[in-house]
Design a protein around this ligand. Structure first.
Ligand code: PMP
Length: 412
């Protein structure tokens, strides 16, 4: 396996080669969204120049071409996550829509009064609110699993929270707010032993590590194209085929039907049953190209590079006395996300000051307000690294961090 050549990679991401506030841009917000390589931009342009038409609806050549492109994208996703079948790969708008699809289509019919749903306290709002809405409608119960002293999911608490009444468990693979890698295989196995259905939110995992559906064996697994070098507007729901087959459609309308009569209809086969209306074919084409790019570099190489940057950043941040770092102590349990605060400075001020040095980090609750409350804080700053970030950018980030308190008039 060839080592990752970051200088060469950066040539593929022209957006990174710019100045922000008279400094080179250091884009450290890939956990929010990633940048696109030229190959992805070009693949979408080529599709628009040569193949764009509405899919499935035409007997004419261009529509057939567009349909083929869409099918190829689905097959690429299937292969990438080792799903047993393309029928299990549903294209959605994003992770959020994929979770809502499961909550409303599976949940409303299968989770009733007194039934329990278990989530982790680290979940993104996208993996909390759909369940809240479901339990409110169907009088079910939503339970949270908390963290242990090492900042990891407390598996004892998990095993206590999962009971005979648990119908569904929904957990993140990697926390977007803390970077914690959760033991999802163990979570899934235990959930299944107890007879529950398990959904994994892999929005922060699929871009950074090999996810093998057949090895993990979740019932549902969801992620977004825009966090893995692809375009916005496309997400993926993997679902176990038998479960998807038993579910009612989430959205209804064109393209998801078999026959429509005045008063009733029958629905199309998987995966079309869950893809109502005109689909984002251009984004699917871009996603396929993004996966090819990731495969070309190699997820193992990407992971090694990210962890080198993360370890270096953590070491340098720990040298700064007024910086608090959140998340697991042991780097083995971390992804390339670092959540932190600076004493006496609001994270939004930190992010604004860093921006004046060209450094782009996120500040806020990271759509994880229950977690923030659990940690006794309102917000953090978050730096996140990907394959195109460099050690020099980490240095730029650290040097800028050291200036934050000075800017605000503190001695150090
Ligand atoms: N879950 C996690 C863990 C995330 O990081 C995000 C995006 N921040 C989401 C869900 C929601 O993703 P999207 O906005 O693409 O639906």
């Amino acid at each position: 396996m060839e080592k990752l050549n970051v200088e060469k990679i950066r040539e593929d991401f022209p957006i990174l080669n710019q100045e922000v506030n008279n400094n080179p841009l250091a884009y450290l917000d890939s956990a929010a969204t990633t940048q696109k390589p030229l190959s992805v931009i070009r693949a979408m342009e080529k599709y628009n120049r040569s193949s764009n038409a509405n899919i499935h609806r035409g007997a004419y050549t261009l529509s057939i071409k567009a349909t083929e492109e869409y099918d190829k994208a689905r097959e690429k996703v299937r292969d990438f996550i080792n799903s047993p079948s393309t029928s299990s790969i549903i294209f959605t708008k994003n992770t959020t829509e994929a979770i809502n699809l499961v909550a409303f289509s599976y949940g409303l019919d299968n989770i009733g009064e007194g039934d329990e749903i278990v989530v982790l306290i680290t979940e993104h709002h996208s993996n909390i609110l759909p369940w809240q809405m479901l339990v409110q409608r169907n009088k079910a119960i939503l339970k949270f699993v908390y963290l242990n002293e090492e900042g990891l999911v407390d598996m004892n608490d998990y095993k206590e929270k999962v009971t005979d009444k648990t119908k569904l468990i929904a957990t993140g693979h990697i926390s977007n707010a803390l970077g914690t890698i959760n033991p999802v295989k163990e979570i899934i196995e235990y959930g299944h032993e107890k007879g529950a259905i398990v959904l994994i939110d892999g929005a922060q995992a699929v871009p950074h590590m090999k996810v093998d559906i057949q090895e993990l064996d979740p019932d549902f697994y969801v992620f977004s194209g825009h966090k893995m070098l692809g375009p916005m507007g496309i997400g993926i729901l993997y679902g176990r085929k038998e479960i998807l087959e038993s579910m009612s459609p989430f959205l209804s309308g064109g393209d998801m039907i078999e026959y429509v009569e005045e008063q009733s209809s029958t629905y199309g086969e998987l995966p079309y049953k869950f893809e109502a209306g005109t689909q984002n074919v251009e984004a699917a084409v871009g996603l396929k190209s993004a996966i090819e790019y990731l495969e070309d570099i190699g997820l193992e190489n990407i992971k090694k590079h990210e962890m080198k940057l993360t370890q270096y950043a953590l070491e340098r941040m720990k040298e700064i006395p007024y910086v608090t770092i959140y998340g697991p102590e042991n780097i083995k349990n971390r992804s390339s996300v670092i959540s932190f605060n600076i004493d006496d400075v609001h994270p939004h001020d930190v992010a604004t000051i860093l921006d004046s040095y060209g450094v782009a980090v996120r500040a806020g609750h990271h759509c994880a307000q229950p977690l923030m409350k659990h940690l006794g804080i309102n917000a953090t700053c978050r730096a996140s690294f990907y394959l195109y970030n460099t050690i020099e950018e980490v240095d730029q980030f650290i040097e800028s961090l050291k200036n934050v308190r000075k800017w605000l008039g503190y001695g150090s």
